[in-house]
Design a protein around this ligand. Structure first.
Ligand code: PRX
Length: 650
């Protein structure tokens, strides 16, 4: 295979940063050759209430169970044990508001808040095993609510506060949650998003919610239902309570996080208490090598898995100090991120390639305005990082002396799968490669039929063995869990991404092999956008796909056929955009919506999305022998041509 530019580029980082990869190789070998002993030692990264009887129960594949019969509590590990062991006054979070206000919460302060809200949950009738939804912006109540739920054994499902009412309602209905924790509103880019109003709309479409707890964040006027709604500050008045943690079975669920797939509604990945917790704490240590006094800034939103694992659980388990930032990285100016790093002397920064590309466009002068010398390690997540962005990050942010930890993983995997192991001895880095698997992870690159491919050949990445952080199942749908992830290659976990292993054993992640979109590192389903379009009264048919974009990785493009009685009156596109924004959320709004008379279809009437995409992107459409209506192809070409001429976009 032809080498890409990036693969030729090797930086001799082992000399710069670490002694080499010898210790990594040794640890990795032990993890796969001596699995039980390895995890037995590694699980000591947490405090257990009762030790497990067995490391892994694989008697009922693919439902793997780790640390069988072990008991622990995630909130105990996140707060109590630090309070008990000398970190009472250490900052757990330095929270920075959009307007620059700041709050420092110590481990003791967090412990008190968590106990206090756990009391409130119990008083409001939430019991072990109950499901609750958290729909909050980046405020301290978010980790507090997650940990309080974990403390009493309630299963939380955090819904990213950028999702619209329809997306929220789907998640309430699937989880059958009885409570929602939200805020009156959220500050975002200088505006207020009316969260409680969105919740009220969503709840109308559901039947399980009996209580809504509302944090007062913005002070905007909202409707409070006397029977159903309570204020956070009213239910947390008693600040000196202690709630005994519920000692959870290692394989009891900790949370459900919904993520997009290729078909149907988003699927609820269920993570457990034991394996997940060991995994996130271990992977953070292996990949980033955080030191006791470091300041860690994971600049994701807490509503996505990155925030769950690496703003909340892993850094708290390790007793670190985290920056938590409410605002947007370009507001009020493009140096916001650099200004925060300088002001708070951030040591470890973890963000997305889209964020880097966005800030890179503003030029070097913004980072150059600030002293970024506190930075020691830089990380990325969510999408492949192109070598140009990698180098910019490395040179202008890290001043060529901070390694880039490109972490590849998924909602389902719980934590990093492939990432440079700084904490175990860093290999030379290659811009755009996540380097090697984390200990315990055994990837393999396969062809369509499941044959292992030689080095340098692109194929599907799969995992041969279970690992502790893997999700337990899909909520309410164990069959779908088996079908989506374990059917393509029986006995292996199939994750839906393309990858290459190069001749030096480095892994290169090359993006999705299916119709899942990756917009700014956010995983979205084409099917969800198509469903939202079709549920608009004017729309008969739609085909949605991702178009490569130099900043966001991909943007959404939609082709739409209107019902006969509706015409393209010049306003319809705006109406559809607005509806998608309200229903699914702003990140789902297509960059382009084209109205056409027909879409390419097979003789049996199935829309050929792949042909729409290929024609629109001026690529070869592949096999079109089953295409019924070839005139539709010309229409797509024409729509794209008109669009390019009108907007000047290629
Ligand atoms: O396609 C891969 C891409 O993001 C997908 C997982 O999305 P999600 O579950 O939302 O989790 C995102 C945060 C972990 C993967 O299937 N992806 C994630 N990280 C990388 C990546 N692609 C390439 N390089 C990465 N570092």
């Amino acid at each position: 295979m032809e080498k890409t530019e990036s693969q030729k580029d090797v930086l001799p980082t082992s000399e710069v940063f670490h002694p080499g990869i010898g210790s990594y190789q040794q640890v990795y070998r032990e993890s796969v050759e001596n699995r039980d002993d390895f995890w037995s030692k590694q699980a000591g990264i947490l405090d257990w209430h009762k030790r497990w009887d067995k490391i892994l129960d694989d008697s009922n594949p693919p439902f793997y169970r780790w640390f069988v019969n072990g008991k622990l509590n995630a909130s105990y590990n996140a707060v109590d044990r630090h309070v008990l062991h000398g970190k009472r006054n250490k900052a757990a979070y330095i929270w920075i508001a959009e307007n620059g206000d700041e709050k420092i919460v110590t481990y003791d302060g967090l412990y008190r808040r968590v106990n206090n809200f756990a009391r409130a949950l119990l008083d409001l009738g939430v019991k072990k095993g109950d499901k609750i939804i958290i729909y909050l912006p980046m405020i301290l109540e978010a980790p507090v609510a997650m940990l309080a739920a974990a403390r009493i054994g309630a299963v939380f499902s955090f819904v990213f506060a950028g999702f619209g009412a329809g997306a929220l309602a789907d998640r309430i209905n699937d989880s059958k949650a009885k409570m929602i924790i939200t805020a009156d509103g959220a500050f975002r880019g200088g505006k207020i998003v009316e969260l409680k109003k969105i919740v009220d709309e969503a709840v109308e479409m559901t039947s399980s919610i009996s209580t809504i707890v509302v944090v007062k964040r913005t002070g905007i006027d909202i409707q409070m239902d006397e029977e159903r709604d309570v204020w956070w500050h009213d239910v947390t008045k008693d600040s000196s309570v202690y709630i005994e943690p519920e000692w959870m079975d290692s394989n009891d669920p900790l949370y459900i996080l919904y993520t997009s797939g290729t078909t149907g509604k988003p699927k609820g990945a269920v993570h457990g208490n034991g394996g997940y917790s060991v995994w996130v704490a271990s992977t953070l240590r292996w990949a980033f090598d955080p030191k006791e006094d470091d300041r860690w800034w994971c600049a994701a939103d807490i509503g996505w898995v990155t925030g769950h694992s690496y703003i909340v659980f892993a850094p708290l388990f390790l007793g670190l100090t985290s920056i938590m930032f409410e605002g947007a990285i370009t507001y009020p100016a493009p140096d916001r991120m650099w200004e925060i790093i300088e002001r708070y002397r951030v040591n470890l920064l973890y963000t997305s390639p889209t964020a880097i590309r966005t800030l890179m466009r503003f030029g070097e002068k913004y980072p150059a305005m600030h002293d970024l010398s506190s930075l020691r390690v830089l990380g990325t997540v969510g999408e492949p990082i192109n070598p140009a962005a990698w180098k910019w990050y490395y040179e202008h942010i890290g001043h060529s002396n901070s390694p880039i930890i490109d972490t590849y993983w998924q909602t389902e995997t719980g934590g990093f799968m492939i990432a440079p192991p700084l904490g175990l001895g860093l290999p030379p880095l290659k811009p755009g490669s996540g380097t090697f698997p984390m200990p315990g992870v055994e990837p393999v690159i396969l062809d369509e039929k499941g044959h292992e491919l030689p080095e340098e050949q692109k194929g599907y990445i799969a995992y041969k063995k279970p690992w502790p952080g893997m999700f337990l199942t899909l909520n309410n749908d164990p069959e779908r869990y088996k079908k989506v992830y374990f059917e393509k290659y029986p006995g292996l976990y199939f994750c839906g991404d393309y990858a290459i292993k190069d001749k030096d054993g480095y892994y290169w992640l090359l993006g999705r092999s299916d119709e899942v979109l990756n917009v700014s590192g956010h995983r979205l389903g084409t099917i969800e956008v198509e469903d939202a379009l079709i549920s608009s009264k004017e729309v008969a048919e739609s085909a949605v796909f991702g178009k490569p974009d130099s900043v966001k990785g991909e943007v959404i493009v939609a082709f739409v056929v209107l019902k006969e009685q509706y015409q393209d009156d010049g306003e319809i596109v705006q109406k559809l955009r607005k509806r998608i924004r309200e229903d699914l959320g702003p990140i789902y709004v297509p960059e382009e919506i084209h109205i056409v008379k027909t879409l390419p279809k097979t003789r049996s009437g199935k829309i050929m999305r792949r042909v729409v995409k290929a024609v629109a992107l001026n690529q070869l459409p592949g096999d079109i022998s089953t295409l019924e209506n070839s005139a539709s192809v010309d229409e797509i070409k024409e729509a794209i041509q008109v669009f390019s001429t009108e907007t000047g976009n290629p």
